[in-house]
Design a protein around this ligand. Structure first.
Ligand SMILES: O=C(O)c1cc(=O)[nH]c(=O)n1[C@@H]1O[C@H](COP(=O)(O)O)[C@@H](O)[C@H]1O
Length: 280
Protein backbone atom coordinates (compact mmCIF):
# COMPACT_ATOMS: atom_id res chain seq x y z
CA UNK A 1 0.00 0.00 0.00
CA UNK A 2 1.32 3.47 -0.81
CA UNK A 3 1.61 6.19 1.82
CA UNK A 4 -1.34 7.99 0.23
CA UNK A 5 -3.50 4.86 0.47
CA UNK A 6 -2.41 4.35 4.09
CA UNK A 7 -3.37 7.91 4.97
CA UNK A 8 -6.78 7.58 3.27
CA UNK A 9 -7.43 4.24 4.95
CA UNK A 10 -6.49 5.51 8.42
CA UNK A 11 -8.64 8.61 7.88
CA UNK A 12 -11.60 6.38 7.08
CA UNK A 13 -10.98 3.73 9.74
CA UNK A 14 -10.39 6.16 12.58
CA UNK A 15 -12.74 8.85 11.25
CA UNK A 16 -9.91 11.29 11.76
CA UNK A 17 -7.93 14.09 10.16
CA UNK A 18 -5.67 14.35 13.20
CA UNK A 19 -1.93 13.72 13.19
CA UNK A 20 -0.44 13.43 16.66
CA UNK A 21 3.06 14.90 16.73
CA UNK A 22 5.63 13.11 18.89
CA UNK A 23 7.96 15.87 20.11
CA UNK A 24 9.22 14.44 23.40
CA UNK A 25 10.91 16.98 25.64
CA UNK A 26 12.03 15.42 28.95
CA UNK A 27 11.85 18.80 30.72
CA UNK A 28 8.11 18.84 30.02
CA UNK A 29 7.42 15.21 30.94
CA UNK A 30 4.96 14.40 33.73
CA UNK A 31 6.49 14.70 37.15
CA UNK A 32 7.39 11.03 37.65
CA UNK A 33 9.41 11.01 34.37
CA UNK A 34 10.56 14.63 34.28
CA UNK A 35 14.07 15.31 33.01
CA UNK A 36 14.79 11.65 32.28
CA UNK A 37 15.78 11.24 28.62
CA UNK A 38 15.96 7.47 29.03
CA UNK A 39 12.15 7.56 29.30
CA UNK A 40 11.53 9.08 25.86
CA UNK A 41 10.35 5.75 24.46
CA UNK A 42 8.09 5.02 27.43
CA UNK A 43 6.51 8.47 27.23
CA UNK A 44 5.91 8.33 23.47
CA UNK A 45 4.70 4.72 23.50
CA UNK A 46 2.10 5.65 26.14
CA UNK A 47 0.87 8.51 23.93
CA UNK A 48 0.76 6.23 20.87
CA UNK A 49 -1.17 3.55 22.76
CA UNK A 50 -3.65 6.13 24.07
CA UNK A 51 -4.37 7.75 20.69
CA UNK A 52 -3.79 5.15 17.93
CA UNK A 53 -7.52 4.74 17.25
CA UNK A 54 -8.05 8.51 17.01
CA UNK A 55 -5.51 9.58 14.39
CA UNK A 56 -4.78 9.31 10.68
CA UNK A 57 -1.01 9.57 11.25
CA UNK A 58 1.78 9.96 13.78
CA UNK A 59 4.63 12.42 13.27
CA UNK A 60 7.77 11.86 15.34
CA UNK A 61 10.10 14.89 15.16
CA UNK A 62 13.64 13.58 14.83
CA UNK A 63 15.38 16.49 16.61
CA UNK A 64 13.66 15.68 19.91
CA UNK A 65 15.29 12.26 19.81
CA UNK A 66 18.67 13.19 18.30
CA UNK A 67 19.20 16.04 20.78
CA UNK A 68 19.31 13.46 23.55
CA UNK A 69 21.25 10.80 21.64
CA UNK A 70 17.99 8.85 21.71
CA UNK A 71 18.02 7.45 18.17
CA UNK A 72 17.77 3.90 19.50
CA UNK A 73 14.60 4.92 21.33
CA UNK A 74 13.24 6.36 18.08
CA UNK A 75 13.98 3.07 16.29
CA UNK A 76 12.20 1.20 19.07
CA UNK A 77 9.25 3.60 18.89
CA UNK A 78 8.94 3.19 15.10
CA UNK A 79 8.92 -0.55 15.58
CA UNK A 80 6.32 -0.20 18.35
CA UNK A 81 4.05 1.92 16.14
CA UNK A 82 4.35 -0.48 13.20
CA UNK A 83 3.52 -3.44 15.43
CA UNK A 84 0.75 -2.01 17.58
CA UNK A 85 -0.83 0.46 15.15
CA UNK A 86 -0.05 -0.89 11.67
CA UNK A 87 -3.05 0.99 10.23
CA UNK A 88 -1.52 4.38 11.11
CA UNK A 89 1.13 5.77 8.75
CA UNK A 90 4.21 7.41 10.25
CA UNK A 91 5.56 10.71 8.95
CA UNK A 92 9.14 11.20 10.07
CA UNK A 93 9.56 14.94 10.53
CA UNK A 94 13.18 15.46 9.58
CA UNK A 95 12.95 18.52 7.28
CA UNK A 96 15.96 17.31 5.31
CA UNK A 97 17.30 19.09 2.25
CA UNK A 98 20.74 18.55 0.70
CA UNK A 99 22.53 17.70 -2.55
CA UNK A 100 21.56 14.43 -4.19
CA UNK A 101 24.38 12.23 -2.86
CA UNK A 102 23.75 13.35 0.72
CA UNK A 103 19.98 13.17 0.23
CA UNK A 104 20.43 9.48 -0.66
CA UNK A 105 21.80 8.93 2.85
CA UNK A 106 18.99 10.88 4.48
CA UNK A 107 16.43 8.89 2.46
CA UNK A 108 18.07 5.67 3.58
CA UNK A 109 17.95 6.88 7.19
CA UNK A 110 14.23 7.75 6.99
CA UNK A 111 12.94 4.78 5.03
CA UNK A 112 15.41 1.96 5.75
CA UNK A 113 16.78 2.72 9.21
CA UNK A 114 13.58 4.09 10.73
CA UNK A 115 11.04 2.49 8.38
CA UNK A 116 9.02 5.72 8.03
CA UNK A 117 6.12 5.87 5.57
CA UNK A 118 6.78 9.52 4.72
CA UNK A 119 9.27 12.27 5.50
CA UNK A 120 9.27 16.07 5.62
CA UNK A 121 11.72 17.89 3.32
CA UNK A 122 12.86 21.39 2.55
CA UNK A 123 12.60 21.93 -1.22
CA UNK A 124 15.01 24.89 -1.13
CA UNK A 125 17.86 23.03 -2.87
CA UNK A 126 15.74 21.99 -5.82
CA UNK A 127 14.49 18.81 -7.45
CA UNK A 128 17.76 16.85 -7.36
CA UNK A 129 17.65 17.17 -3.54
CA UNK A 130 14.15 15.63 -3.50
CA UNK A 131 14.57 12.94 -6.18
CA UNK A 132 16.45 10.38 -3.99
CA UNK A 133 13.39 10.08 -1.72
CA UNK A 134 11.13 9.37 -4.70
CA UNK A 135 13.17 6.27 -5.56
CA UNK A 136 11.45 4.63 -2.59
CA UNK A 137 8.23 3.81 -4.38
CA UNK A 138 5.08 4.27 -2.37
CA UNK A 139 6.78 6.38 0.30
CA UNK A 140 5.61 9.94 0.83
CA UNK A 141 7.59 13.19 0.89
CA UNK A 142 6.07 16.40 2.26
CA UNK A 143 7.71 19.58 0.99
CA UNK A 144 7.70 22.66 3.21
CA UNK A 145 5.49 25.12 1.36
CA UNK A 146 3.99 27.75 3.65
CA UNK A 147 5.31 27.13 7.14
CA UNK A 148 3.34 27.90 10.31
CA UNK A 149 5.94 30.02 12.11
CA UNK A 150 6.09 33.84 12.01
CA UNK A 151 9.34 33.65 9.98
CA UNK A 152 7.36 31.80 7.32
CA UNK A 153 6.70 35.30 5.99
CA UNK A 154 10.35 36.07 5.42
CA UNK A 155 10.56 34.40 2.01
CA UNK A 156 7.05 35.24 0.91
CA UNK A 157 6.69 38.64 -0.71
CA UNK A 158 3.71 39.31 1.53
CA UNK A 159 5.35 42.33 3.08
CA UNK A 160 7.64 43.07 0.17
CA UNK A 161 6.50 44.44 -3.13
CA UNK A 162 4.83 41.63 -5.04
CA UNK A 163 6.25 41.06 -8.49
CA UNK A 164 3.29 41.52 -10.86
CA UNK A 165 2.35 38.32 -12.63
CA UNK A 166 4.83 36.22 -10.62
CA UNK A 167 3.66 33.55 -8.19
CA UNK A 168 4.73 33.82 -4.58
CA UNK A 169 7.31 31.30 -3.44
CA UNK A 170 4.78 29.02 -1.73
CA UNK A 171 2.56 29.10 -4.82
CA UNK A 172 5.53 28.08 -6.96
CA UNK A 173 6.29 25.15 -4.62
CA UNK A 174 2.63 24.07 -4.63
CA UNK A 175 2.54 24.08 -8.43
CA UNK A 176 5.78 22.05 -8.66
CA UNK A 177 4.46 19.49 -6.16
CA UNK A 178 1.18 19.11 -8.02
CA UNK A 179 2.86 18.94 -11.44
CA UNK A 180 6.37 18.34 -12.74
CA UNK A 181 8.05 17.19 -9.50
CA UNK A 182 5.35 14.68 -8.57
CA UNK A 183 6.64 11.85 -10.74
CA UNK A 184 4.87 8.99 -8.97
CA UNK A 185 2.25 10.71 -6.85
CA UNK A 186 4.47 10.63 -3.74
CA UNK A 187 4.62 14.33 -2.89
CA UNK A 188 2.67 16.25 -0.30
CA UNK A 189 2.93 19.79 1.05
CA UNK A 190 3.33 21.32 4.51
CA UNK A 191 1.13 24.34 5.10
CA UNK A 192 0.68 26.03 8.48
CA UNK A 193 -2.73 26.09 10.18
CA UNK A 194 -1.84 29.64 11.15
CA UNK A 195 -2.39 30.70 7.52
CA UNK A 196 -5.82 29.39 6.42
CA UNK A 197 -6.08 31.73 3.42
CA UNK A 198 -2.83 30.31 2.06
CA UNK A 199 -4.06 26.75 2.71
CA UNK A 200 -7.00 27.52 0.47
CA UNK A 201 -4.70 28.88 -2.22
CA UNK A 202 -2.40 25.86 -1.97
CA UNK A 203 -5.38 23.51 -2.22
CA UNK A 204 -6.51 25.32 -5.37
CA UNK A 205 -3.06 24.97 -6.93
CA UNK A 206 -2.48 21.43 -5.68
CA UNK A 207 -5.88 19.74 -5.55
CA UNK A 208 -4.70 16.15 -5.29
CA UNK A 209 -1.65 16.15 -3.02
CA UNK A 210 -1.95 15.42 0.70
CA UNK A 211 -1.40 18.36 3.03
CA UNK A 212 0.38 18.14 6.37
CA UNK A 213 -0.97 21.04 8.42
CA UNK A 214 0.78 21.79 11.72
CA UNK A 215 -0.03 24.75 13.94
CA UNK A 216 -3.28 23.92 15.73
CA UNK A 217 -3.07 23.65 19.51
CA UNK A 218 0.05 25.30 20.95
CA UNK A 219 0.58 27.64 17.97
CA UNK A 220 -3.04 28.79 18.04
CA UNK A 221 -3.97 27.92 14.44
CA UNK A 222 -7.67 27.76 13.61
CA UNK A 223 -8.64 24.08 13.28
CA UNK A 224 -12.03 24.76 11.72
CA UNK A 225 -10.74 27.26 9.15
CA UNK A 226 -7.92 24.85 8.37
CA UNK A 227 -10.25 22.00 7.49
CA UNK A 228 -12.59 24.22 5.52
CA UNK A 229 -9.64 25.49 3.48
CA UNK A 230 -7.74 22.24 2.97
CA UNK A 231 -10.18 19.34 3.05
CA UNK A 232 -12.50 19.04 0.12
CA UNK A 233 -15.16 16.46 -0.44
CA UNK A 234 -16.27 15.54 -3.93
CA UNK A 235 -19.27 13.22 -4.06
CA UNK A 236 -18.40 11.90 -0.63
CA UNK A 237 -14.71 11.24 -1.32
CA UNK A 238 -11.83 13.53 -0.46
CA UNK A 239 -9.79 14.89 -3.33
CA UNK A 240 -6.70 14.42 -1.18
CA UNK A 241 -6.26 13.85 2.54
CA UNK A 242 -5.06 16.30 5.14
CA UNK A 243 -3.18 15.49 8.33
CA UNK A 244 -3.67 18.25 10.89
CA UNK A 245 -0.84 18.03 13.39
CA UNK A 246 -0.96 18.89 17.05
CA UNK A 247 1.99 18.05 19.30
CA UNK A 248 2.46 19.92 22.61
CA UNK A 249 -1.24 20.50 23.30
CA UNK A 250 -1.78 16.73 23.27
CA UNK A 251 1.54 15.49 24.69
CA UNK A 252 1.50 17.79 27.70
CA UNK A 253 -2.25 17.99 28.37
CA UNK A 254 -1.47 16.88 31.93
CA UNK A 255 1.72 16.96 34.00
CA UNK A 256 0.47 14.18 36.24
CA UNK A 257 0.47 10.39 36.07
CA UNK A 258 -2.76 10.64 34.03
CA UNK A 259 -0.84 12.23 31.10
CA UNK A 260 -1.81 9.49 28.62
CA UNK A 261 -5.53 9.64 29.35
CA UNK A 262 -5.38 13.45 29.29
CA UNK A 263 -3.65 13.22 25.90
CA UNK A 264 -6.45 10.95 24.72
CA UNK A 265 -9.08 13.45 25.86
CA UNK A 266 -7.33 16.29 24.04
CA UNK A 267 -6.92 14.13 20.91
CA UNK A 268 -10.63 13.22 21.06
CA UNK A 269 -11.55 16.88 21.40
CA UNK A 270 -9.35 17.90 18.47
CA UNK A 271 -10.52 15.03 16.29
CA UNK A 272 -14.12 16.01 16.90
CA UNK A 273 -13.41 19.65 16.07
CA UNK A 274 -11.80 18.60 12.78
CA UNK A 275 -14.55 16.09 12.04
CA UNK A 276 -17.32 18.63 12.58
CA UNK A 277 -15.58 21.12 10.33
CA UNK A 278 -15.32 18.51 7.57
CA UNK A 279 -18.88 17.22 8.06
CA UNK A 280 -17.43 13.75 7.41
O1 LIG B 1 7.00 20.17 9.20
C1 LIG B 1 6.40 20.33 10.27
O2 LIG B 1 5.91 19.38 10.86
C2 LIG B 1 6.20 21.70 10.76
C3 LIG B 1 6.10 22.68 9.78
C4 LIG B 1 5.66 23.96 10.14
O3 LIG B 1 5.47 24.82 9.29
N1 LIG B 1 5.41 24.23 11.45
C5 LIG B 1 5.55 23.28 12.44
O4 LIG B 1 5.27 23.59 13.60
N2 LIG B 1 6.01 22.03 12.11
C6 LIG B 1 6.23 21.01 13.17
O5 LIG B 1 4.95 20.67 13.73
C7 LIG B 1 5.05 20.49 15.15
C8 LIG B 1 4.17 21.51 15.83
O6 LIG B 1 4.15 21.29 17.20
P1 LIG B 1 3.09 22.02 18.19
O7 LIG B 1 3.20 23.48 17.93
O8 LIG B 1 3.58 21.63 19.55
O9 LIG B 1 1.73 21.46 17.87
C9 LIG B 1 6.54 20.60 15.47
O10 LIG B 1 7.08 19.30 15.42
C10 LIG B 1 7.10 21.42 14.34
O11 LIG B 1 8.46 21.11 14.10
Amino acid sequence: MTFLDQLRTAERQNGSLLCVGLDPEPAKFPEHLRGDASKIFDFCAAIVDATADLVNSFKPQIAYFAAHGAEAQLEKLMEHMRRTAPQVPIILDAKRGDIGSTAEQYAKEAFERYGADAVTLSPFMGFDSVAPYLKYHGKGAFLLCRTSNPGGDDFQPQHLRDVPGQPRLYEHIAALAQGPWNLNGQLGLVVGATYPAEIERVRALAPTVPLLIPGVGAQGGDAVATVKAGWKSVEGTTTAPIAVNSSRAILYASAGPDFASAARQEALRTRELLQNASAF
